[in-house]
Design a protein around this ligand. Structure first.
Ligand SMILES: [Zn+2]
Length: 221
């Protein structure tokens, strides 16, 4: 018998990931088996792991038990399926940002329109500036399945912004909860669509997070 970790994923967190996977399709952020989601898990002894979606499973066929528990060094601790191929990238982002509790990777259309043009996504909508902060940088295209890509992706995103675009591929969004990471992904796609159309019609007015007077209680992590 392999040594079992004290870190276990509850049914609740497994269900939550599945819920947001299906939401990502319903909201038009992902198609087919694209995208992936993970959540950081912590044990009482301070050790950590993540729970991540499996590789190449259709969301309508996915079950809570298909999620995979993986140690921070990449060792699979629990689960019958292979973890997402972007596991090393998720782990690199968790290592860089201790505040990040969840990651949502999507491949939505207007993020990709701006990504293939190599254009960073400037905030033009209130929702995006509140959730993602922004501007969202763009990483030049390369395969996103290794730790070095993940380290540079996390470095480019930095500590003050909650998303990064991978050119010719999609978006990685982070949050202090899965709910917030998902809201970041939704907000960035909506913002990218408006920014694209507004840019065709004229010169959009850009919001600067640092200069917005955000009322007490409205500032998000
Ligand atoms: Zn992808």
């Amino acid at each position: 018998m392999p040594t079992r970790t004290p870190i276990r994923a509850t049914a609740q967190v497994r269900e939550e990931i599945l819920y947001y996977c299906r939401e990502s399709v319903r909201c038009g952020l992902n198609f087919n088996t694209q995208g992936n989601i993970s959540v950081r898990l912590a044990a009482d002894d301070g050790s950590e792991a993540i729970l991540i979606t499996p590789s190449d499973v259709r969301y309508d066929a996915m079950t809570p038990d298909d999620m995979v528990v993986v140690a921070m060094d990449g060792t699979v601790l629990e689960g019958d399926l292979l973890p997402s191929t972007e596991l090393p990238v998720h782990l690199a982002h968790y290592r860089r940002r201790p505040d990040v509790q969840a990651i949502v990777h999507t491949e939505s259309t207007f993020v990709n329109v701006l990504g293939v043009l190599g254009r960073r996504i400037d905030p033009v909508l209130l929702n995006m500036v509140l959730y993602a902060k922004g501007p969202i940088p763009v990483m030049p295209f390369e395969f996103s399945t290794n730790a070095d890509f993940g380290r540079r992706s996390a470095e480019l995103m930095g500590d003050d912004v909650n998303a990064v675009v991978w050119a010719n591929h999609g978006l990685l969004a982070v949050g202090v909860s899965l709910k917030l990471a998902f809201k970041v992904a939704v907000a960035v796609e909506e913002n990218a669509e408006v920014l694209h159309h507004a840019g065709l019609a004229g010169v959009p007015s850009i919001l600067d997070y640092a200069r917005i007077d955000i009322p007490a209680g409205a500032r998000l992590p």
